[in-house]
Write a protein that binds this ligand. Structure first.
Ligand code: SF4
Length: 320
């Protein structure tokens, strides 16, 4: 999800940010094609967004994952917030979020996040988190508290959660669903054959079942999932994954290009050209998704507010 390959002082930064990756051999870095070009950060509104985040001590996935869309999103005051701290207990091969032993949960975080949502004036907000395998409930209660705080401080804002998989956290999913987010997102990230190398701490069928259970618990809740492409997966594997998601009754699929954070992360095996994304989008729609976003710079939270409005409109059209 990241644009920057950190060459200067890479060793030092990796040791502090991704200690488990520091000993790995370097992977080759492919030159980015012309179609991966983004707006540079730096507008006045970007500065205002940054100020609100700092003032409320809110962590954002936009910054932690080094998202390429930050210049565009923050210039419109669209920020995706990350709760449960800034340190992840997993060590996925694609992700730039800091890994290690996290500190205690900040009890003020739900209210601080909610105040930021109100200050930004967001119609729709995406709340995600690091993985917290160290917590008994995986952080589910904290998600629920954050949703409730947003309902209180920003009652006009719709809420989308992008959760971890809550692997081996009995009852955690029910707690988040009971807090009634408007959209429940859990990203599969990649096709099953790549899990061992890309997402080794996770299980494909557990993630798929999690999405299916959301719909069983609340059939009215919109469900969403996303993958990155460029890990060496085949088209047929992506089509199979789409079929699996439809069996789980998932409404919305996002597909974006994987970008390599550092030389120690998984290599980009291929940059998928825009016309292939278009073709995947067409195939996904033919399988019955309510909404599909597939492009090189698609990210789960990119244009999430506009996409939520489209989801609602498309459901209304289908129900008639
Ligand atoms: S796409 Fe999502 S993560 Fe990236 S900058 Fe925009 S809101 Fe943040």
């Amino acid at each position: 999800m990241v644009t920057v390959v950190d060459k200067t002082a890479e060793g030092t930064k990796l040791r502090s940010r991704h200690p488990e990756k520091a000993h790995r051999p370097d992977t080759p870095v492919l030159r980015k094609p012309d179609w991966i070009r983004v707006r540079a950060p730096g507008s006045n509104v970007y500065g205002e967004t940054e100020g609100i985040m700092r003032e409320n001590r809110v962590v954002t996935v936009c910054e932690e994952a080094g998202c390429p869309n930050i210049g565009e999103c923050w210039s419109q005051k669209h920020a995706a917030m990350m709760i449960l701290g800034d340190t992840c207990t997993r060590a996925c091969a694609f992700c730039n979020v800091r890994t290690g032993k996290p500190g205690p949960i900040d009890p003020e975080e739900p209210v601080n996040v909610a105040k930021s949502v109100a200050a930004l004036g967001l119609n729709h907000v995406v709340i995600t988190s690091v993985d917290r395998d160290d917590l008994d409930d995986g952080g589910a209660e904290h998600f629920a508290r954050t949703i409730k705080a947003i309902r209180k401080y920003a009652p006009g804002t719709t809420v989308e959660v992008l959760t971890p998989d809550f692997l081996r956290k009995e009852g955690a999913l029910k707690v988040v669903v009971a807090a009634k987010p408007d959209v429940f997102n859990h990203n599969l990230e990649t096709v099953p054959s790549k899990y061992l190398t890309v997402r080794p701490g996770a299980r494909y069928f557990h993630s798929m079942r999690l999405l299916q259970q959301v719909k069983e618990l609340d059939p009215t809740m919109f469900t969403k999932s996303g993958i990155m492409v460029g890990f060496g997966e085949t088209r047929n594997e992506i089509l199979q994954l789409m079929d699996d998601l439809r069996v789980a009754d998932v409404d919305f699929l996002t597909i974006g290009q994987y970008l390599q954070p550092t030389r120690k992360h998984h290599a980009v095996m291929r940059f998928i050209p825009p016309d292939e994304f278009k073709s995947l989008e067409t195939s996904a729609y033919s399988k019955g998704f309510l909404l599909v976003s597939a492009s090189p710079l698609t990210r789960s939270s990119h244009h999430a507010g506009d996409n939520f409005a489209k989801l609602q409109a498309n459901r209304r059209t289908m129900v008639r």
